[in-house]
Design a binder for this molecule. Structure first.
Ligand SMILES: [Zn+2]
Length: 82
């Protein structure tokens, strides 16, 4: 018997309507953030820290997600190019 591993790539579409941060990340405000999977950037998976600026992307056919500044700016650049 052999095992073949395949990695599935999923595409997600987001609208990025704001250029300013959505909020300052705060563990107390983002209650149960870890369980809800919103304690890290959806794009790069980097964990947020208290006081960090987080940005929101509105999912098209997927949930709204939070992004770090670096990824959000990358997203805005891609959006501008398309
Ligand atoms: Zn990121």
């Amino acid at each position: 018997m052999i095992t073949i591993k395949k990695t599935v790539t999923t595409s997600y579409n987001f609208a990025l309507p704001y250029v300013t941060p959505f909020a300052k990340y705060d563990e107390r405000v983002f209650k149960n953030a870890e369980r809800r999977g919103i304690n890290k950037c959806f794009w790069c998976n980097e964990q947020f820290y208290d006081g960090q600026d987080v940005y929101i992307g509105f999912g098209k056919g997927t949930k709204n997600r939070l992004f770090c500044k670096k990824c959000y700016e990358k997203g805005l650049e891609q959006e501008a190019e398309s």
